[in-house]
Ligand binder design. Structure first.
Ligand code: ZN
Ligand code: ZN
Length: 184
C-alpha cells in the first residue's frame, strides 16, 4: 500500500468513485488513449492523462525510488534497527520477511525525505483545484486511499466537462510528461 491517508471532509463512496473512474478510463480510451487489460478489466487500470482540471496515472510497478509514484525509503543502513516479534535485533531482510512491526529509529537527523514526509507518493488520480487525491493498488477500486476536499460528484462533473472532443497527444506523450502533483 503506497498511500497513507484516509482523511476526508466529504462522504466517500468508494464503489461510486471506482465506477466513475472506470467510466473516465473508458472515455479516455475512446479518445484514443491506451489502457491495459488484465484482471482489472479493460478500464480497470486507468491510463495516463492530464489536463488543467485533473490528472490520471496507472498504478506503477517500476519500484524505483526516484519515481514519484513509487517513492520509498532511501535511508542508509544503520538509520533504523530492526527487531523480531520476540525483541531480538535482526537484519532488514529478516525483518521484512517476518514483518514484526518492531523497529527503532536510531538517528532522526539521518532519515530520508520519504521518512520525513517531505516526499509524498504521487496519487493515481488527482483533482487539481481541490487538491483531492486518490490511490489504488494495481487496479481501480482495490485498496483505495481517498482524500477528497470537495464533493466527489462535483469533482467528477468538472472532470467530465473538462474532457476535450479529441486529443492531440498519445498515451506515450502523457506517460512521459505527466507531472506528479505536490501536496498543498
Ligand atoms: Zn514507478
Ligand atoms: Zn527512509
Amino acid at each position: 500500500m503506497k498511500g497513507f491517508f484516509k482523511i476526508s471532509n466529504f462522504i466517500i463512496d468508494e464503489n461510486k468513485i471506482a465506477d466513475d473512474l472506470n467510466l473516465l478510463t473508458d472515455k479516455l480510451s475512446r479518445l484514443g488513449l491506451q489502457t491495459s487489460d488484465g484482471l482489472g478489466g479493460p478500464t480497470g487500470y486507468g491510463t495516463y492523462f492530464e489536463n488543467e482540471v485533473f490528472g490520471m496515472h496507472p498504478y506503477c510497478w517500476c519500484d524505483q525510488n526516484d519515481c514519484a509514484w513509487c517513492a520509498g525509503c532511501t535511508c542508509d543502513d544503520g538509520v533504523y534497527s530492526f527487531y523480531s516479534k520476540e525483541g531480538i535485533e535482526v537484519s532488514l531482510e529478516n525483518y521484512l520477511t517476518n514483518i514484526s512491526d518492531n523497529y527503532l529509529l536510531k538517528d532522526e537527523k539521518l532519515i530520508c525525505d520519504y521518512c520525513k514526509g517531505v516526499v509524498v507518493v504521487a496519487p493515481n488520480f488527482w483533482h487539481k483545484k481541490s487538491n483531492s487525491w486518490i490511490y489504488w493498488y494495481k487496479y481501480i477500486g482495490r485498496s483505495m486511499d481517498v482524500e477528497l476536499n470537495k464533493n466527489w460528484n462535483e469533482i467528477f462533473n468538472e472532470v467530465l466537462t473538462s474532457l476535450p472532443d479529441s486529443l492531440i497527444h498519445d498515451t506515450d506523450f502523457y506517460a512521459v510528461n505527466l507531472k506528479a502533483p505536490k501536496r498543498k
